[in-house]
Ligand binder design. Structure first.
Ligand SMILES: Cc1cc2nc3c(=O)[nH]c(=O)nc-3n(C[C@H](O)[C@H](O)[C@H](O)COP(=O)(O)O)c2cc1C
Length: 188
């Protein structure tokens, strides 16, 4: 059995809390990657847990060429315009060749009726054809249906599995729910 060290492409001290000590999946097992965007850390927390539970081979945090304004009302206004206009928000994170990854976990906050603009920008460039896509989403209070619709729209040739959603107030301490969801999808 060949073991390779898990590759960590995020810059992230913030992800250091995840268990990185394990080694990657054995040769022959399908490879997985966790790709997420998080503005205020909620999705990042879920991404850590997904990595811990699945032993995903790589985790990638989407970072921005031009970060949003720190002021919440300014940035939500800008993001709403971007959503309305179909504008991109460019990603500075170097995206690796995704060919080796069969399963792609996508984590995003829910923004204005769909996935966040950075995640939408990523999906515009990476339609994930032929991949198994496993989305997880956090919203303030909205139902996440618009996020699943976005992912199906931007990834028309991916196999999109049932997503995981919690509101922000539910998101801390939902590890058992995440585990049950992953088990129901037979991913762990
Ligand atoms: C630009 C923007 C738009 C948002 N739109 C919605 C929305 O339409 N519905 C909702 O319930 N929450 C909305 N939220 C709240 C976020 O989904 C919520 O705070 C989420 O937990 C943030 O995740 P994060 O901490 O990983 O960035 C919005 C937040 C931002 C910044």
């Amino acid at each position: 059995m060949t073991m390779t060290r898990r590759t960590v492409l995020t810059t992230a001290a913030a992800l250091a809390a995840a268990s990185w000590s394990g080694l990657a999946a054995s040769a022959g097992k399908s490879k997985s990657i966790v790709i997420f965007f998080s503005r205020t850390g909620t999705i990042k927390g879920l991404a850590q847990t997904v990595v811990k539970l699945t032993g995903a081979d790589v985790v990638l945090e989407l970072r921005l060429v031009k970060p949003y304004a720190a002021n919440y009302s300014d940035m939500t206004y800008i993001a709403r315009e971007e959503r309305r206009e179909g504008t991109r928000r460019e990603i500075s994170t170097k995206i690796p060749d995704l060919t080796p990854y069969d399963t792609i976990f996508l984590g995003t906050p829910y923004w204005w009726g769909g996935v966040s603009i950075p995640m939408r920008t990523f999906l515009m460039d990476h339609p994930l054809e032929g991949k198994t896509v496993v989305p997880f989403v956090v919203s303030g209070s909205s139902s996440p249906e618009g996020a699943w619709e976005d992912i199906r729209k931007y990834c028309p040739k991916a196999k999109v599995l049932e997503g995981f959603h919690r509101t922000q107030s539910e998101a801390s301490g939902c590890e058992a729910d995440l585990k049950a969801w992953l088990q129901s999808l037979k991913l762990i």
